[in-house]
Design a protein around this ligand. Structure first.
Ligand code: ADP
Ligand code: MG
Length: 249
């Protein structure tokens, strides 16, 4: 049986003349947590966005649970793309909450549009998820009344409303004041302990070391080096990995 949740092979993405992803290949097993680190501009966001078809790639193959989203640069049908990406949630650096909706309505908006479940069931699910991220008391608040850390926890709960089996995070704490990162990282860690399959782009090296099963170091549009946290942080093989880690650590 193929237990890879994500298989990426020779992924390429160019913006005009600029080759942003150059033959990127990696797999993520079901239940695995992979941290992606690397300098600004190395292609981390473009890689992550490609997995949920927020970017059209130039070449290569992406398989999600063995279904090809794109194969040798040829995309699946619109319907197949939709069904493949529906099982994937993404959390961005900027929370992108709807300011005119309460916290609970933010959670329920997307599933109300696409899932065939009752209002009562949605309410039950959103109530449960808000409790899970420690925000049961903020259900009726508007996003403007929340701290950055609370907003990001709402964004995570909102992503969970679609019952994803893969979650992608693009620098989920980079827009937060340092004292607010812990509450967000704790929620992500809890998901890791529940064996949610996750790819997390992060600048938080201690967090990556703590929760990741595997670490991918991207540099200049390539995966320069990957391994266990012990290997990458404790015994990096490449000079450019060492240089990067010295700069951020
Ligand atoms: P990272 O997330 O590692 O900082 P990105 O994936 O955001 O890197 O960007 C990689 C490179 O692609 C950068 O040089 C960036 O300027 C470029 N890039 C990203 N998005 C676009 C775009 N929509 N158009 C043109 N260039 C882009
Ligand atoms: Mg980025």
């Amino acid at each position: 049986m193929n237990t890879n949740a994500i298989e990426v092979t020779d992924l390429k993405k160019s913006f005009g003349q600029l080759d942003v992803l150059k033959r990127v290949s990696f797999n993520v097993k079901a239940g695995e947590v992979v941290a992606v680190i690397g300098p600004s501009g190395s292609g981390k966001s473009t890689m992550l966005r490609s997995l949920v078809h927020l970017e059209d790639v130039t070449g290569g193959t992406i398989r999600i649970h063995d279904k090809a989203l794109v194969e040798n640069g040829q995309y699946a049908s619109a319907g197949d793309i939709k069904s493949i990406t529906t099982g994937m949630g993404m959390v961005f650096q900027h929370f992108n909450l709807f300011p005119h909706l309460t916290v609970q309505d933010n959670l329920e908006l997307a599933p109300k549009l696409v899932k065939k479940v009752s209002k009562a069931e949605l309410r039950r699910q959103s109530t449960e998820l808000l409790a899970k991220v420690g925000l049961a008391d903020k259900a009726d608040a508007y996003p403007s009344r929340l701290s950055g850390g609370q907003k990001q926890r709402v964004a995570i709960a909102r992503a969970m409303m679609m019952n994803p089996d893969i979650l992608l995070f693009d620098e989920p704490t980079s827009a937060l004041d340092p004292e607010l990162t812990g509450e967000v990282l704790r929620v992500i860690k809890k998901l890791a302990e529940e064996h949610m399959t996750m790819v997390i782009v992060t600048h938080e090296m201690n967090f990556a070391r703590d929760v990741a099963d595997r670490v991918i170091f991207m540099d200049n549009g390539e995966i320069a080096e990957s391994g266990t946290p012990e290997q990458i942080f404790g015994n990096p093989q490449l000079e450019r990995t060492k240089v990067f880690l010295n700069r951020v650590g």
